[in-house]
Design a protein around this ligand. Structure first.
Ligand SMILES: Nc1ncnc2c1ncn2[C@@H]1O[C@H](COP(=O)(O)OP(=O)(O)O)[C@@H](O)[C@H]1O
Ligand SMILES: [Mg+2]
Length: 232
């Protein structure tokens, strides 16, 4: 199976004045095509830092990250913008939908930015809303949707430009346990259906059990790895 994400001995040190904060201390991991991997760990263990580095939003102090065999740590800002737009979908804890746009328009947005023709993007946005079970909410604004529904719209939006990779940071952090279950079921089904690879950061075992594999992060290092099957 092809490797979509390859992280090689990544270190990250944040500098605040004269203080150095080591957030990652030599992380190496591979994520295979169509795999859904969970990164678990306590608060401050480096989960968000790792996800932001893989998502090209931050740079490692040392080490290499490959996405589809491209060393992203060597890319220029212009190439990174293109990579983020075409290859990576982001899902955030707080959904980050645009409040004045409808669910449909929110899903269309990444395709507008990419320049997808109107008819095509409308059709695809509707298909994606259907995939997450929200075609009947297409014309609702985020404020008219529950948290779980908003996150499902955000998942549809993350899939809009047919990315190879979806990165989710605490995607159910704002949801109750019932919605957490529903969102993760739909998240899993959607990425499997579309053949997308996903990395899900969480500290909730009820979230990681929907993934294929769990990597445990502690003090900036991967300390354990296990198949999530055991939890299901
Ligand atoms: N921008 C930053 N500047 C300084 N320190 C940071 C920054 N971001 C994260 N850190 C520190 O790096 C460590 C890991 O943080 P983070 O990746 O956010 O952990 P997690 O997502 O697992 O809670 C923490 O000690 C945190 O305080
Ligand atoms: Mg975090």
């Amino acid at each position: 199976m092809a490797i979509v994400v390859k992280v090689v001995d990544v270190h990250k040190v944040y500098r605040l004045g004269s203080i150095e904060i080591p957030a990652l201390r030599g992380v190496s991991m591979d994520v295979k095509k169509e795999e859904m991997v969970s990164v678990m760990g306590p608060s401050g263990s480096g989960k968000t830092t790792l996800l932001n580095i893989i998502g090209t939003l931050d740079k490692p102090t040392k080490g290499i990250v490959y996405i589809d065999d491209v060393d992203i740590t060597r890319l220029k800002e212009k190439e990174l913008v293109k990579l983020r737009r075409n290859k990576i979908g982001f899902v955030f804890q707080t959904f980050n939908l645009i409040p004045v746009l409808t669910a449909l328009e929110n899903v269309e947005l990444p395709m507008i930015i990419k320049g997808t023709p109107r008819e095509e993007r409308r059709k695809r946005a509707l298909e994606l809303l259907k995939l997450v079970g929200l075609e009947h909410r297409a014309n609702h604004r985020p404020s008219e949707l529950s948290g779980g529904e908003q996150q499902r719209v955000a998942i549809a939006r993350a899939l809009a430009n047919n990315p190879s990779l979806i990165l989710a940071d605490e995607p159910t952090g704002e949801l109750d346990s019932e919605n957490t279950k529903r969102v993760m079921e739909i998240f899993r089904e959607s990425v499997k259906e579309m053949g997308v690879t996903a990395i899900v950061v969480t500290h909730n075992p009820d979230v990681s059990r929907y993934c294929d594999r769990i990597l445990y992060l502690r003090d900036g290092r991967i300390v354990k790895e296990e198949a999530a099957k055991a939890l299901r």
